[in-house]
Design a protein around this ligand. Structure first.
Ligand code: PLP
Length: 307
């Protein structure tokens, strides 16, 4: 998806012109994947522009870096202010927000601690990640031939730049084969997640989702959907899921900041249910949009930008 350029980007405490937001070619992260990032959305709700689960995202950013012995040199509060300042200075009503912390220019070699941790925040306009029809009609996906990383290799709880080489392989293979997205299994063969989404499966009124040990990113939309299900008294089971559950499910859907709640209408060319988004998916979408579109902040998830 192309980036829609705006005026300013926040870099290490200063707002710089979009075209001047550059780094040196010997930036450590470019060579060794040593970066940590977030994808956050700011919604134009009926009560004003609001950032969805702002503190949870920034906390994950700090924790993603911590797993790599790296400290983001700003507090959550400072980052929160910086995000809001970047949105305001660019006059955005709604946008996608990309904070990134990375090991910068300093030394070359895999030992990263001689390189400073730098931070940038960019915002731009972004619509539905998987296409505008995806949210209403669902998408066609496949099971990927690529597995997610094995435990004790790369920590998948960290939203680290390097992890997204795995995501790129999953996504490129899926697109090359004519699918919108791929579902990766973990190294034991259980369902893990999409290239940039967590997955949920509905069968006989019960919702199943893989646990953290299935090499998933602990998604913030995932945890929000847990909360929505609790409110709607929908039973959720977090546990290892065999691949074949995808083929006999009543409903399957993805969650993610980019994907929001996206129904899956077929897996490996087999229809999910009757090939249309089902009632549980639709109910959760409705509850989610009540927060981010109507601005009904039942769960204290919204951080209003222009208050
Ligand atoms: C690999 C991966 N899994 C899951 C997710 C969903 O996470 P969230 O809901 O926090 O956006 C993302 C998106 O950030 C992701 O990149």
């Amino acid at each position: 998806m192309p980036i829609n350029k705006v005026e300013k980007i926040w870099m290490n405490g200063a707002l710089v012109n979009w075209d001047d937001a550059k780094v040196h070619v010997l930036t450590h992260a470019m060579h060794y994947g040593s970066s940590w990032f977030e994808g956050i959305r700011c919604y134009e709700t009926k009560r004003g522009s609001a950032i969805f689960r702002h503190d949870a995202h920034l906390q994950r950013l700090i924790e993603s870096a911590k797993m790599y012995r790296s400290a983001v040199p700003y507090t959550i509060k400072q980052l929160q202010e910086a995000v809001k300042e970047t949105i305001r200075v660019n006059g955005m009503k709604s946008c996608y927000i990309r904070p990134l912390a990375y090991r910068g220019y300093g030394e070359v070699g895999v030992f990263p601690l001689g390189c400073p941790v730098e931070v940038m925040i960019a915002v731009w306009n972004w619509g539905a990640y998987l296409g505008s029809e995806a949210l209403d009609r669902g998408i066609d996906v496949c099971v990927s031939s690529w597995n997610r990383p094995a435990p004790n290799t790369l920590p998948t709880m960290s939203k680290a730049g390097g992890n997204y080489l795995s995501s790129q392989l999953i996504k490129m293979e899926a697109v090359a084969d004519g699918y919108a997205e791929g579902i990766a299994l973990d190294t034991a063969g259980y369902i893990s997640e999409g290239s940039g989404e967590n997955i949920f499966i509905v069968r006989d009124g019960i919702v199943y989702t893989p646990p953290l040990i299935s090499a998933i990113l602990p998604g913030i939309t995932r945890s929000s959907v847990f909360k929505l299900m609790e409110s709607a008294r929908i039973r959720i089971v977090e546990g290892l899921i065999p691949r074949e559950m995808l083929y006999i499910a009543d409903e399957v859907f993805f969650t993610g900041t980019a994907a929001e709640i996206t129904p899956i209408r077929s897996v490996d060319k087999m229809n999910v249910g009757d090939g249309k988004p089902g009632p549980v998916t639709k109910k959760l979408q409705e509850m989610f949009y009540d927060v981010v579109r109507n601005g009904n902040d039942t769960y204290q998830w919204l951080d209003f930008v222009y208050d």
